[in-house]
Design a protein around this ligand. Sequence first.
Ligand code: B12
Ligand code: SF4
Ligand code: SF4
Length: 330
Amino acid sequence: MSHQTASITPISAEAFTDQAKQLGFTHVALLDLAQLDAAWHDTRQAQLQQWLDAGYHADMGWMTRNQDKRLDPGALMADTATVACMTLNYYSDSPPPSCPDASTAALTMARYARGDDYHQVLKEKLRDLLAWCQARDAGFKGRPLTDSAPMMEKPLAAELGIGWQGKHSNLITRSHGSWVFIAELLINRRFADVDAPTPHPDMCGRCRRCIDACPTHALDQPYVLDANRCIAYWTIEYRGEQLPTHIAEHLNGWVFGCDICQEVCPWNIRFAQPTTEAAFEARPYNTALHADELLALDEATFSQRYDNSPVERTGLANLKRNARAATGQD
Ligand code: B12
Ligand code: SF4
Ligand code: SF4
């Protein structure tokens, strides 16, 4: 396989890690693909298949495609030998969104979506990191990824010891809780000094706060999310004209994404730290959403407000659909 014949970069793993952290990444771990346990693939394949067979992907048909690539972290670039997996803390210390008040039509959106689009922000950092590597090793090639290609990002980060997948299924880190994005740089080089991966132990213990707090019972099977019952799925991904009643009646003000299972997690309550990334500071109007105002937004104002933000892709019509559902106007 190509990763066994790939040449070794003169860049040390330590120098790479330091540079990634200087660019703002919170955790950095390197995987030499030759060291990935075959069992990782088999276990993930079985779990992914179970999830799809149960229909937990709802109408995200794209989750059923490219399964071979999704299960092989090196598959997305021809001569990948190393995968650098990184996180970035996005917690903005803006007012807690966990107290929306349907009676006053105050609405809220998930923390990850309150600032700039993380795809853009993280990819730019990955490109800068790649350029830094190429300046030191002319044959260094890489492909930046973040939520942008078939890849099991959470299981990969957990395998590399960055954190563990909590019962809400998100990756939790001991230092920053689960308020982190995950990104990868696929690399055609091997590093001389990369240790075999050490998966992170599960630190959820007997806690089940996320399961009990989920208003729509999307986590009734711990560690496994049923998107059919998840507010985040319906408010971000769903493209139909009306939200189903079993979701609408439990929105409790959430109009874009949902953070309930993360807000109640003790690891977040204890370890959340404000991000140093200015791009993820909440845009002021995103922490003071009001149904009347949202429902009156025109396309021009929407484009101006949500340019380069995760909300842009969902679109104004769907945002209004969510606001109507959250305020019982459907
Ligand atoms: C599809 C998707 C969604 C879907 C489905 C979510 C899901 N949990 O699968 C929807 C639209 C609902 C969604 C919502 C959100 N998403 Co999303 N999403 C993704 C995406 C594209 C794929 C995830 C995936 O592969 N799902 C398939 C299932 C099968 O995989 P899994 O969740 O890892 O499930 C594993 C466990 O169930 C495990 N399992 C089964 N049994 C058991 C038992 C035990 C004991 C254990 C440990 C595990 C286990 O097996 C599965 C596979 O190995 C990723 C990006 C990517 N390419 O990875 C982002 C990603 C997961 N999303 C992200 C975010 C931020 C969110 C939201 C927080 C946004 C919001 N605030 O609204 C919510 C969180 C909702 C939640 N509780 O999960 C981040 C998560 C960062 C983190 N810290 O984990 C990601 C990684 C994007 C990124 N690059 O940062 N998302
Ligand atoms: S994001 Fe909201 S709806 Fe989805 S599992 Fe978490 S608490 Fe439940
Ligand atoms: S709330 Fe409790 S069970 Fe859920 S992810 Fe956090 S620690 Fe784990």
